[in-house]
Every structure is written in structure tokens, then in C-alpha cells.
Design a protein around this ligand. Structure first.
Ligand SMILES: Cc1cc2nc3c(=O)[nH]c(=O)nc-3n(C[C@H](O)[C@H](O)[C@H](O)COP(=O)(O)O)c2cc1C
Length: 193
């Protein structure tokens, strides 16, 4: 793959929060996405992350109630019935392998979201969630501590990247067409002279 193609894939890999709930995702698809994490770098090569796969409607409902969506949208409680994620991957840390995750979590989440993007599936990484609530809802063994929730589904909203304004406001917003707009910093701001 050329660098330009990889950049385009990254550009397509946006956080989506409203999905077409009629379009389901199979367990096999989730397994193939988790497989990608085997190829990620890992601090100490300890590979401490595990995934609980969630596709069944009752389990999806059990996870959903413990999630917080789009902190900047104070008047939006998250996706309504019919536009909720159709699958989740619960990224868990195996507590028997030490405390430190270093950046394994982020590397693996990015591998999964890029892989999902190639399949036309959108994702949202969620840190604002009740870890114990999710663990209890899914009966996850206490050895595994939920660390992130990755929501997945087929997008039912548009998302676009926009140039960050000179005032540096990084809050995402929905425009008059209900498109999710995500300000990104210009390249020259990323490089320290
Ligand atoms: C570490 C991390 C935690 C996040 N947690 C949440 C979350 O709890 N709820 C949510 O709606 N979005 C969450 N997001 C999504 C971010 O809001 C999103 O990445 C950001 O607005 C930029 O949009 P983009 O992913 O389309 O570039 C999280 C993203 C990251 C990387």
C-alpha cells in the first residue's frame, strides 16, 4: 500500500456515533478484527489485552447503558433506538500480567478501527464508561478488567474533517446538515522548530 492510500484510509477512519441498527456485524467479523491485534507492537511484548465480543441484542443493551457519548454535546444523550452500535469489542487487561499497558491499548484500537474501515464498518472508541457495570452485564471474569469499549456499526451519519480555526478550538460539532465536523490541527502546528 502506498503512503497516500494509507493516509486516505486514516482519513476515512472517523469516530461515528449513529449507526444503522438494521445492519448487523457477525462474530466472525469481530474475530477477524481482533486477529489484527496479534501484529501490533507490545511493551515488554507481554500482550496483556483480551477482547470480549458482543453481538447479541440483550448483551448490546447491557453494554449500552454504561456508556457516555460525545461529551461536548450536552443536549444529546447518545444514539437513539435504531441508531445504536450493532457490536462491541470490550478491550480488557489481563490483570495477572502486571499493571502497565504502556500504549498497547491505543495501538490495538487503531489497528482494529483501520481494519474495520476497510470493511466499511465504523467505530467509536469509548473511555467514558462504567467498567464494573460492563463487566457485570457481560459476566466477565474479574481477572479481566475492561479498559476500553469499542462500538462498531455501519454509519448512519456523515463525519468530515475540518481545518482548526486560528482560535484553536478543538471541539467537534454538528453543522447545519447534521454532519459531524472534526477540527484537526494543521501540520505546521505539529512540528516544533
Ligand atoms: C482515548 C479515546 C477516548 C475516547 N472516548 C470517547 C468517549 O468516551 N465517548 C465518545 O463519544 N467518544 C470518545 N472518543 C472519540 C473522540 O471524541 C474522537 O476520536 C475525537 O472527537 C476525534 O474524532 P475522530 O476520531 O473522528 O478524529 C474517544 C477517543 C479516544 C482516542
Amino acid at each position: 500500500m502506498e503512503l497516500e492510500q494509507f493516509k486516505k484510509l486514516l482519513e476515512r477512519d472517523r469516530s461515528v456515533r449513529r449507526y444503522d441498527e438494521t445492519r448487523l456485524i457477525s462474530r466472525e467479523t469481530l474475530v477477524s478484527l481482533v486477529e489484527l491485534t496479534r501484529f501490533c507492537a507490545s511493551g515488554r511484548n507481554a500482550q496483556p489485552l483480551r477482547y470480549r465480543l458482543v453481538t447479541e441484542p440483550d448483551e448490546r443493551a447491557g453494554v449500552f447503558e454504561h456508556l457516555a457519548w460525545a461529551g461536548y454535546y450536552k443536549d444529546w444523550a447518545g444514539p437513539a433506538t435504531g441508531e445504536r452500535p450493532t457490536a462491541y469489542l470490550i478491550q480488557c487487561r489481563d490483570t495477572t500480567l502486571g499493571e502497565g499497558l504502556l500504549c498497547d491499548d491505543g495501538l490495538q484500537l487503531q489497528a482494529i478501527t483501520l481494519g474495520a474501515t476497510t470493511l466499511g464498518i465504523s467505530c467509536c472508541i469509548i473511555k467514558a464508561f462504567n467498567s464494573k457495570g460492563v463487566a457485570d452485564a457481560l459476566g466477565i471474569d474479574p481477572r479481566y478488567k475492561p479498559h476500553y469499549v469499542l462500538a462498531l456499526g455501519y454509519a448512519a451519519e456523515k463525519v468530515k474533517l475540518v481545518e482548526m480555526k486560528p482560535d484553536g478550538d478543538f471541539k467537534y460539532y454538528r453543522d447545519e446538515d447534521d454532519t459531524q465536523c472534526v477540527p484537526k490541527r494543521p501540520l505546521d502546528q505539529l512540528i516544533i522548530e
